[in-house]
Design a protein around this ligand. Structure first.
Ligand SMILES: Nc1ncnc2c1ncn2[C@@H]1O[C@H](COP(=O)(O)OP(=O)(O)O)[C@@H](O)[C@H]1O
Ligand SMILES: O=P(O)(O)OC[C@H]1O[C@](O)(COP(=O)(O)O)[C@@H](O)[C@@H]1O
Length: 301
């Protein structure tokens, strides 16, 4: 079973307008509401691909109730902890000439809520996969990733981490099964700019030397690179298409990788291909991609 953790789920409020003018009243020409947060996106895409998962995390207030309802509608299973104070955040994604994101704060999370999350994680079984993804809100201890990975260490659980900078670097010693920084996040760790697929390979290897088993680097329109724990480096251009909404492309890629890995009984080339195809399929559609969209793109790879 695959579990995902989203510490700070969101309602993603997506709006379009020809131009965003700071300091003026801006009126939108399109709006949509989607459940958001990286682990949640991974769970929804897994469900779209026909794979079961369970989304964990903290929700609160009317926005939290809507996140739960939207998850039910998506078909993805969830078992969130309802926290008492505050509300789940609203993240605004403004699609104008440029893309601007305004991400909210989130509810107050108590120690007892964290204990409730631990209780759910303690029920995981050897062979299960746990995806921990996204930022840690200020009301949680900043070392939540390490705490969880330390707690699950040695229990035969494959852990996937999609996080930035210190959050990622500090957990490499726990040997995550997969990490998926994008090329900018990878470059930021080492203070370098990484523009091409060849550029990222030595730095991905450095993260592998620090303990990560498989390092998947997403590069938006430049495609992706996988440095697997066994076998050669795999690279791919991104499929060609028109970008409609790239929110969740990286999360889609993680879900696609896990789905492809399961469907091929552990073949990294298949997992990688599926990750690239669904990452792009999500970027090319208004919502997170579905199986037919991926199948169509897979034929072009
Ligand atoms: N502009 C794009 N054109 C084609 N594919 C894209 C585009 N943006 C994203 N993708 C696909 O989605 C994957 C993940 O996107 P990326 O933007 O790198 O992730 P993140 O959202 O984590 O930053 C890419 O590796 C690629 O396969
Ligand atoms: O937890 P964070 O880092 O604030 O990010 C939350 C946001 O990230 C998303 O999960 C999208 O992630 P990506 O575009 O990086 O794949 C949104 O749905 C959500 O609003």
């Amino acid at each position: 079973m695959i579990y995902t953790v989203t510490f700070n789920p969101s309602i993603d409020y997506i709006v379009r307008m020809p131009r965003l003018e700071p300091g003026a009243i801006n009126r939108v020409t399109y709006e949509d509401i989607l459940p958001g947060g990286k682990g949640i996106n991974v769970s929804i895409v897994l469900s779209n691909l026909g794979h079961e998962s369970c989304a964990l995390g903290f929700v609160a207030g009317f926005t939290g109730a809507e996140i739960v309802r939207l998850m039910q509608t998506s078909g993805a299973k969830s078992d969130f902890i309802q926290v008492a104070e505050g509300m789940s955040r609203i993240n605004m994604k403004i699609k104008a000439a440029e893309e601007t994101e305004i991400n909210g704060i989130g509810p107050k999370i108590l120690d007892s809520d964290i204990e409730a999350l631990y209780a759910r994680l303690d029920a995981l079984k050897p062979g299960d996969t746990l995806v921990i993804a996204g930022s840690v809100p200020s009301m949680l201890p900043s070392d939540m990733y390490e705490r969880i990975m330390g707690r699950l260490d040695g229990r035969g659980i494959n852990i996937v981490v999609d996080a930035e900078r210190d959050l990622l670097v500090k957990v490499l010693g726990y040997h995550p099964f997969l990490i998926k920084p994008n090329n900018h996040e990878l470059g930021a760790i080492f203070g370098v700019e990484l523009a091409t697929r060849d550029d990222v390979v030595p730095y991905a290897r450095k993260l592998q030397e620090k303990g990560a088993r498989n390092v998947l680097i997403s590069m938006a329109g430049e495609g992706a690179v996988l440095v697997p724990e066994s076998g050669d480096v795999i690279m791919s251009e991104a499929p060609k298409g028109t970008v409609v909404n790239s929110v969740g492309a990286g999360d889609s890629m993680v879900a696609g990788f896990l789905a492809g890995y399961q469907e091929s009984d552990g073949d990294y080339a298949t997992a990688f291909k599926m990750g690239v195809a669904i990452g792009s399929a999500s970027a090319f559609s208004a919502k997170l991609a579905t199986r037919p969209e991926v199948e169509a793109l897979l034929k072009t790879l």
